[in-house]
Design a protein around this ligand. Structure first.
Ligand code: SF4
Ligand code: MG
Length: 316
């Protein structure tokens, strides 16, 4: 079976001052073994919450997450602990996500300790092996996070995630906080590791240009929902949803000849509050193609072309 992860009608709601915030509102998708699914959307669209809920770092409000066919939401704490070895996370901020008082060796070793994977000399050798794997100097095992650059710290975060030999990693904006010059290095490292270790990624980013090269498929989120999902080439060449079209039109094209002729879609207004999303299609208040029915009915999620899904009344 080449499907690693199945997400079915996943919901994560929060209570905010007596109101319901539907941060993740009924999303469904699969991720195949060895695949990278990019997940893109503006801040507050629910992409990080989705990643955390899939890993059960947040308890879902509803839906299912099947990992190798097993619903992880039904696992008891003991079973969930064992399952955690399969599913790890790399965090956005390599400054905030590493304990400044712990050495690099202990940060990485902690993951080994939790799962009882190595002790003594073996533990040290394994930590050094992990440091080499992410192209850090294994001699630096006793250094502290502040002695490393941002890009190096993100490599430490990657080594920590890899310590338990996971199959699936949620990469939550792993390059957004890094200098542009080191972003490509971290992406290349993630790709090399994927190849070497057969990893499957959910790669979260706030804009489409960041996930273009690393993703096999891309999902676009808006106000807690996935509005479109497709193979990367299909999504970039032939976006179906007006929101995806607008996001793509905002990415500059290096060729000035094409850039000049290109039509830029400027979205009106801000993203509405997720506490009070518009009726019908949540995107309608900013959609250049909105029709009267868009305010009345929520568009149905459907496969419009093979493997290319969207929810928009233009395709009904
Ligand atoms: Fe725009 Fe209507 Fe499609 Fe929503 S359903 S994206 S408002 S055309
Ligand atoms: Mg985020």
């Amino acid at each position: 079976n080449d499907t690693l992860l199945e997400v079915r009608n996943l919901q994560k709601f929060f209570n905010v001052g007596g109101n319901t915030l539907k941060a993740v509102n009924n999303i469904s998708f699969d991720i195949k073994r060895g695949e990278t699914l990019g997940v893109v959307g503006e801040s507050g669209c629910g992409k990080s919450t989705a990643g955390r809920t899939i890993l059960r770092l947040y308890e879902p409000t509803g839906g299912e997450v099947l990992f190798e066919g097993k619903n992880i939401l039904e696992l008891n704490p003991q079973e969930m602990k064992a399952m955690r070895r399969n599913m790890q996370m790399i965090f956005q901020d390599p400054y905030a996500s590493l304990n400044p008082r712990m050495t690099v060796g202990d940060i990485i070793g902690e993951a080994l300790d939790i799962h009882g994977l190595a002790s003594g000399q073996k533990r040290k050798e394994r930590i050094q092996e992990l440091l080499s794997l992410v192209s850090l100097n294994p001699e630096h095992i006793n250094r502290f996070p502040h002695e490393f650059s941002g890009g190096q710290r993100q490599r430490i975060g990657i080594a920590r995630a890899l310590a338990v030999e996971p199959k699936f990693i949620v990469c939550d904006e792993p390059i957004s906080a890094l200098d542009v010059s080191v972003q490509a290095q971290v992406v290349n490292l993630l790709e090399q590791l994927q190849e070497k270790m057969g990893l499957t990624y959910m790669f979260i980013a706030h804009d489409l240009s960041m996930v273009k090269y690393i993703s096999d498929r891309v999902a676009v989120m808006y106000l807690g929902k996935i509005v479109e999902i497709a193979k990367s080439e299909d999504l970039y060449d032939k976006p179906l949803h007006p929101y995806t079209q607008a996001l793509l039109s905002a990415i500059p094209i290096p060729d000035p000849e094409i850039e000049r002729k290109r039509e830029r879609i400027v979205l009106q207004g801000d993203v509405p509050s997720p506490l009070n999303p518009p009726s019908g299609c949540h995107f309608r208040t900013r959609c250049p193609k909105a029709m009267p029915e868009c305010a009345v009915h929520e568009p149905v999620w459907k496969e419009i072309e093979p493997g290319h899904f969207s929810a928009c009344h233009l395709y009904n």
